[in-house]
Design a protein around this ligand. Sequence first.
Ligand code: CAA
Length: 287
Amino acid sequence: MDVDDIETIAVLGAGNMGHGIAEVAALAGFDVHLRDINEEFVQNGYDQIEWSLDKLAEKDQLSDDEADAALDRVTPIVDLEEAVADVDFVIEAVPEKMDIKQDVYRELELHAPDHAVFATNTSSLSITDLSEVTERPEQFCGMHFFNPPVRMQLVEVISGEHTDDEVLDLTEDLAEEMGKTPVRVRKDSPGFIVNRVLVPLLNEAAWLVHDDVATIDEVDATTKYDIGLPMGAFELADQVGIDVAYDVLDYMQGVLGDAYEPCPVLVEKVEAEQLGKKTGEGFYDYE
Ligand code: CAA
C-alpha cells in the first residue's frame, strides 16, 4: 500500500492524544473515524477538536473554511466494528496499559480489513508484545505523536521485531503527509527515544521536590531558563498527563530496573486523580 491509497483512518481512543491525532489526520485531508468506548468520551474528544480548530482559526493559522472542512471529516463512533470496518490505517491511542491495549487489538483484528496497518501511539510499551496478539505483526508498528499533536512536529515511527520495512516507510510517509517530521526508532525499547530521555527528567524534578531540594516553581524556572525547555518540568508533566508519566516510569522500572522508580510525588497526584491539564488540576490549577 502507498500513502495515496490511504483514504480513511480510524483513531481509537478520543482522549488527550487520540483527539489530537484525529485532528491532525483530518487537517491533512483524511476521513477520520474517531472511536471511544462511550458517547461521552467520543463527544468530548470531538468537542476538543472543535475547540482546537476554532483556536487555530482565531489565530489565522487556518481559514474558517479549512477548520469547518477538517471537522466535517471527523466521524465520532462508539461501535468498534463500524469504526474500523472500511479503514486503511488504524492509530490506537487507548490508555497506556498493556492489557487494555492488547484487548483492543484482539477485537480490532476481528473487524479490520486485512490490508489495514495497525499503528500504536504507545509512549513506552513493547511494540512487539502488542503486535503478537494480532495476526498481522508484520503490518504493525509504533507511531508516537507528542502532546499537543497539532503543535508538535515530531513523530517517532517504531519498528517491532516483526515489522516489515515497507510498513515503516508507509508510516513515515503518512506522518509527512500530516505535515510532521518522522524519526525512525530502530529497536523496540521502553520509552523509545523521547520518553527514555524526557520522563526520567520529569521524575528527577519530582524527586527534587520530594527531597526538599527545591520547590515546584524553582524547578520550573530553572528547567526553562537553564535547560531551555519550552515548559518547566512540572508544567510539562501537567501537559502530558501525570498518569502517563507514571505509567511510562512504571513500565520502564519493570523492564529496565529501579533507576526508573516513579517518585511518590507523582504517585500521590495519580492517586488523587490530579492528572494535569486534562483534569483541570495537576501541579498547577487550570480551572
Ligand atoms: N490546539 C490549539 N491551540 C492550542 C492547543 C491545541 N491543542 N493547545 C494549546 N493551545 C493554545 C493555548 O490555548 C494558548 O492559547 P492563547 O494564546 O489564546 O491563550 C496557546 O496555544 C499557547 O500557544 P503559544 O504559541 O502562546 O505558546 P507556545 O509557543 O509556548 O507553544 C507549546 C505552546 C507548543 C505547547 C509549547 O509550550 C511546547 O512546545 N511545549 C512543550 C510540549 C512538549 O514537549 N510536548 C511533548 C511532551 S512528551 C509527549 O507528549 C510524549 C509522551 O508520550 C508522554
